[in-house]
Design a protein around this ligand. Structure first.
Ligand SMILES: Cc1cc2nc3c(=O)[nH]c(=O)nc-3n(C[C@H](O)[C@H](O)[C@H](O)COP(=O)(O)OP(=O)(O)OC[C@H]3O[C@@H](n4cnc5c(N)ncnc54)[C@H](O)[C@@H]3O)c2cc1C
Length: 384
């Protein structure tokens, strides 16, 4: 693997990173190709990561979190994705699912549920998208009606494309509690065994086949009213605030996948001989490797710059959108170039680069497509 020169801020974070590298080598690398080919969800790997404290890194230590800055958390996500995107993205989605309660929940709610959610055994899902509302997320129609005695919400509707659907222990659900557009959306924290909640058949995906993506079906689902996060009508701002942080996770995943493609391409290009020498010695290949390495380093710098703004308490939404846009487009290009470096062998399942190329594609789509990121960025230019 190509050496990555990281700037971790403390001895504690350097020790943490060594633990992550060890787990990646022992638990992720030996499984990734096999599980992806078999479309097998690695629940036990998430448990191992949870026991090591890696499912709660950016959250408050008071509730069982790791108390790590985003700068550190995201580099961990990157390293996990470098070895297996299903895991890196899964950790990022779990963080996204915890975000609403951690940042908008009452002290009582946090005390009651957050330690369990951050404890390592549980896995979360974040449910915003619906079959008819993707980019236009505020058009969601899943309806929650409060009972006469205000004790329980009855929820009807379908959530689509949900990562960890059917595998997760808790679901952060964005639901409609009034017809007042984006202001009529509320956030509920549903348990996995909520009566009236069931799960669709997993989608047959281009890549990341080890990760389950399926609908969440709500047919008179009964969610206790005490599980409303924030106030009624606050759900869409909670969802957007979570996505701002989540996009940095996607950017870090993209850098991880691109780094993995670069690692493989460098190794192959130095070993593969044509015309009596290593193909890396041909400028056409060497320059491609140089461009790939430069792009990966710039992508890492972009997400870290946004993360450091967040850690400093500064606004970081535009920078997060830029990092998500740049890093995921970059990962698509770098993984495609890696296949090129491998020639015909790159087009087969004998080497991992075709998988990286398929995996990179989804990162341009999730948590706001890259067209939506451009909308977010251009609005800050034209409507300051
Ligand atoms: C593997 C996977 C995992 C996912 N996990 C989750 C999850 O855990 N939770 C969750 O809530 N969602 C999840 N999603 C859903 C994902 O966030 C949506 O797919 C995404 O937001 C796009 O929505 P859509 O698919 O409905 O596409 P659409 O919104 O229908 O967009 C179709 C095309 O039109 C473009 N477009 C739409 N509007 C505009 C516009 N105004 N300007 C320019 N272009 C536009 C889009 O960029 C896109 O190219 C997941 C999706 C996938 C594939």
């Amino acid at each position: 693997m190509v050496a990555v020169d990281r700037t971790l801020p403390s001895d504690e974070s350097r020790a943490l990173f060594e633990l992550v590298q060890d787990l990646c080598a022992k638990e992720l690398a030996p499984r990734a190709a096999e599980y992806e080919a078999a479309e097998r969800f690695p629940r036990e790997v998430f448990r191992t990561l949870g026991q090591a404290g890696l499912l709660s890194l950016p959250y408050d230590e008071q509730y069982g979190g790791g108390g790590q800055p985003y700068e550190v958390y995201l580099q961990v996500v990157e390293e996990l994705a470098r070895h297996w995107l299903t895991i890196g993205l899964g950790v990022s989605v779990h963080s996204l699912a915890c975000y609403g309660l951690a940042n908008f929940g009452s002290e009582e709610q946090k005390g009651k549920w957050l330690p369990g959610m951050l404890g390592g055994d549980q896995l979360g899902a974040y449910c915003l998208s619906e079959p008819q509302s993707g980019s236009d997320a505020a058009a969601l129609t899943t309806r929650a009606v409060l009972s006469g005695d205000a004790s329980v919400y009855t929820v009807n509707g379908t959530k689509a494309w949900i990562t960890h659907s059917g595998q997760a222990d808790f679901y952060t659900l964005m639901v409609r509690t009034s017809d007042n557009g984006a202001k009529g959306i509320s956030a509920l924290l549903a348990e996995g065994d909520t009566p009236g909640m069931s799960f669709g058949k997993p989608e047959q995906k281009m890549g990341m086949r080890g990760s389950v993506t399926a609908q969440v079906l709500l047919d008179g689902a009964q969610v206790p009213a005490e599980r409303l996060i924030g106030t009624e009508g606050q759900g869409f701002s909670i969802a957007l605030s979570a996505l701002e942080a989540g996009r940095l996770g996607i950017a870090a995943c993209a850098v991880g996948v691109a780094q993995a493609a670069l690692d493989a391409a460098v190794e192959y290009a130095t070993a593969r001989q044509q015309f009596g020498r290593a193909i890396s010695e041909f400028q056409g290949v060497g320059f491609m490797l140089a461009d790939m390495a430069t792009s990966v380093a710039v992508g890492r710098a972009a997400y870290l710059a946004a993360a450091r703004r967040r850690d400093a308490g500064l606004p970081y939404g535009t920078e997060a959108a830029m990092a998500k846009l740049f890093c995921t487009d970059m990962a698509m290009k770098v993984t495609t170039d890696a296949v090129q470096v491998f020639g015909g062998y790159g087009y087969t399942a004998d080497f991992p680069v075709e998988r990286y190329m398929r995996e990179a594609k989804v990162l341009q789509i999730v948590e706001g497509t890259n067209q939506v990121q451009r909308l977010v960025i251009s609005r800050t230019l034209t409507r300051p």
